[in-house]
Design a protein around this ligand. Structure first.
Ligand SMILES: C[S@@+](CC[C@H](N)C(=O)[O-])C[C@H]1O[C@@H](n2cnc3c(N)ncnc32)[C@H](O)[C@@H]1O
Length: 352
């Protein structure tokens, strides 16, 4: 099996290199309005934003920043297939403007924007992102009432493009082989994720500093979402690609990807990350299988034997739907002739 991973250095407000109805899943994290690290970028996209901030008009700046994201949301509606899913990772912002502290609820604005474009909102996920500084609490310390709750979560807002779910031909291998384990379903389809930092992050330790500088999300977030909402052969788009975490997750999960990014320099960062894709995909697949076997041992210790056998691995599984599950590892990777990305070859996961 082969996949391609294209990167376009360009403005996602016009996804001119992405055809209508050509993407099955969007996984992305936009620059968050009213978070200071993005002020300059937003002011470049619309100079009136810089003026509003300078004038201490937080509301106007907040509105105008969201107005810069809206053309991207329009484009997503165009390129996503009917029933395709969009997962938008976003956090709210707290900020003092002109002496007044408040929260700027980015998640509410994004939700409204998608709903007004005909997307159906689906139940969303909150993930916990602990702020580990002792000085994280804001306001007037230990006396009421003017202290503020610290924001330590982000949202993954989840939308379906239109009213109907995607359909597949009966028994489609690419869907059944992309199954996840029963106990993964139980963890992943829970609305509060407390474990995303610990999971795959340790595998990419070198990138800790970079992650802070580029606001990259933990690899576990796009990896899980891709496994949850796409099948083998699907294409995942990230219009705010950054350092390409979504594409790296797509590589590891055996899906195609496309990214749009204004900042050309991030392509080099991704070129480094791609070198680890082969080992990373193998480690992730083996680790999932290992965790599953531990789960099975736990069930057995409680006197319960899962009812079915997996076809491709020596392990029982809980349900019939998991039987065909099959992991892929990246066995080779090359740059595309057009030099705008990579082609990867995937083989069934080699076991130790
Ligand atoms: C929050 S970061 C995404 C980080 C990414 N998820 C990662 O893991 O590296 C948002 C990215 O969107 C890019 N960006 C902002 N506006 C854009 C636009 N209109 N078109 C393309 N890229 C844009 C920024 O340069 C930034 O790299």
């Amino acid at each position: 099996m082969e996949t391609t991973h294209r990167v376009v250095v360009g403005d996602a407000r016009e996804l001119s290199q992405v055809d209508d109805d050509s993407v099955e899943l969007v996984v992305t994290s936009p620059p968050y309005p009213m978070i200071e690290m993005w002020d300059e970028l937003f002011a470049e996209l619309d100079p009136s934003i810089g003026d509003a901030l300078q004038d201490g008009d937080g509301r106007a700046a907040f509105d105008a920043m969201h107005a810069q994201l809206e053309p991207v949301w329009d484009e997503l509606e165009r390129v996503l297939v009917d029933g395709g899913i969009a997962c938008i990772n976003v956090g709210d912002a707290t900020r003092t403007v002109d002496g007044s502290f408040r929260v700027y609820p980015n998640h509410a604005r994004v939700l409204e924007a998608f709903e007004s474009r005909g997307f159906d909102p689906l139940p969303d996920v909150l993930w916990r992102k602990p702020a580990n500084s002792a000085a994280k609490f804001m306001g007037s310390g230990m006396i009421p009432p003017n202290a503020y709750v610290t924001l330590e979560h982000e949202y993954v807002l989840i939308f379906r493009n239109g009213d109907d779910s995607r359909s597949f031909e009966p028994g489609a291998d690419r869907r059944y082989e992309a199954a996840y384990f029963w106990e993964e379903r139980n963890r992943w389809f829970t609305d509060v994720w407390t474990d995303v930092r610990g999971e795959l992050q340790a595998l990419e330790d070198d990138h800790e500093e970079l992650r802070a500088r580029s606001a990259a999300y933990p690899l576990e977030i796009p990896y899980r979402l891709i496994c949850m909402y796409s099948a083998y052969g699907d294409t995942v788009l990230d219009p705010f690609w950054g350092t390409g975490t979504t594409s790296l997750a797509a590589l590891c999960a055996g899906r195609n990807s496309i990214g749009y990014e204004l900042e050309e320099a991030f392509r080099e960062v991704f070129a480094d990350r791609v070198e680890s894709a082969s080992a990373l995909s193998r480690t992730i697949g083996r680790r999932r299988l290992e965790r599953h076997r531990e789960f099975v041992e736990g069930r057995r210790a409680e006197g319960e034997e899962p009812s079915y056998d997996a076809v491709h691995y020596e392990t029982p599984v809980m349900t019939k739907m998991e039987r065909e599950i099959r992991f892929r590892e990246v066995s080779g990777i090359d740059t595309l002739e057009s030099d705008d990305g990579y082609r990867a070859v995937h083989e069934p996961l080699a076991l130790e």
